[in-house]
Design a protein around this ligand. Structure first.
Ligand SMILES: Nc1ncnc2c1ncn2[C@@H]1O[C@H](COP(=O)(O)OP(=O)(O)O)[C@@H](O)[C@H]1O
Ligand SMILES: Nc1ccn([C@H]2C[C@H](O)[C@@H](COP(=O)(O)OP(=O)(O)O)O2)c(=O)n1
Length: 237
């Protein structure tokens, strides 16, 4: 485990399939930090709206439902859990129906403000000795962590990858193969969703002070090493 100051906050953003979730978990594990998956808060909110029968086209109703979201997000990188109103929805929120609908919540500015408050609270909590990380800190990932949620993080990374690589990874994840048919079936989940989400958050180019790691030609381990190298360089600076 490399030596970093405590508390330490790592912020990672990037488009769908760039490797944010899997790489952030591995980085958190390697550094002994907590892991906050902010995308899971948007997915949980979408699940909650659908469970409550709230039409996702009704902006005010979605915002009101999100304010009442009874969410408990587990921050253990070995077993991140998502519990809504006592139900473990960790698997359900990854279903295609949620992936297809989640942008309706992610583009709702009132819902973003509410979920953003909760994400900041989860990140701040990890500065405290009584938290999961024991005050060591956190790796938080999403679309606006480096810019809006934790712009003062100790390390800020934009994880990118070519469209081709991202589609192939997601196809392999969802369909077990990256053949032409599987890639085509994945297109909506990755490219249409990123295009919709981009209308409210900018996650394709790095803001000032944010380090870009392009994983297009790196395997998973190499990508984790590249992010850890950015952390090491920052903690020596
Ligand atoms: N550098 C990489 N090379 C190959 N596969 C990767 C790499 N990074 C992540 N993956 C794989 O791609 C898939 C999508 O990664 P994920 O972490 O879910 O991305 P994101 O959270 O950005 O959508 C996962 O199956 C993951 O293991
Ligand atoms: N900080 C964040 C995190 C996620 N989102 C949105 C963008 C995505 O469409 C959904 C789900 O995010 P998630 O990271 O699970 O998405 P991927 O499937 O990994 O691409 O939430 C966001 O707008 N802001």
């Amino acid at each position: 485990m490399s030596t970093i100051p405590a508390p330490f906050v790592v912020a990672i953003d990037g488009p769908s399939g760039s490797g944010k979730s899997s790489v952030s978990r591995a980085v958190a594990r390697a550094l002994g930090l907590a892991y906050v998956d902010t995308g899971a808060t948007y997915r949980a909110a979408t699940w909650w709206c659908l469970a409550q029968g709230v039409p996702l086209t009704d902006t005010d109703a979605v915002a009101a439902a999100v304010r009442t979201l009874p969410l408990d997000l587990g921050v253990d990188p070995d077993a991140p859990t998502v519990v809504v109103d006592g139900t473990d929805v960790s698997a359900d929120i990854r279903e295609t129906a949620i992936s297809a609908a989640v942008s309706a919540v992610a583009t709702n500015l009132e819902a973003r403000a509410e979920l953003g408050r909760r994400q900041r609270a989860l990140i701040e909590a990890e500065r405290e000795p009584g938290s999961f990380s024991g005050g060591r800190g956190v790796v938080a990932e999403g679309r606006d962590i480096t810019t809006v949620i934790a712009p003062d993080a100790d390390v800020r990374v934009l994880l990118t990858a070519s469209e081709e690589a991202r589609l192939a990874r997601r196809a392999l994840d969802v369909h077990g193969t990256a053949d032409a048919q599987a890639v085509e079936a994945t297109r909506d989940q990755v490219l249409r969703r990123d295009a919709d989400d981009s209308t409210v958050v900018q996650f394709h180019t790095a803001a000032d002070g944010v380090v870009t790691v392009d994983s297009s030609h790196l395997d998973f381990e190499q990508t984790v090493e590249a992010v850890l190298a950015v952390v090491t360089a920052a903690s020596r600076a």
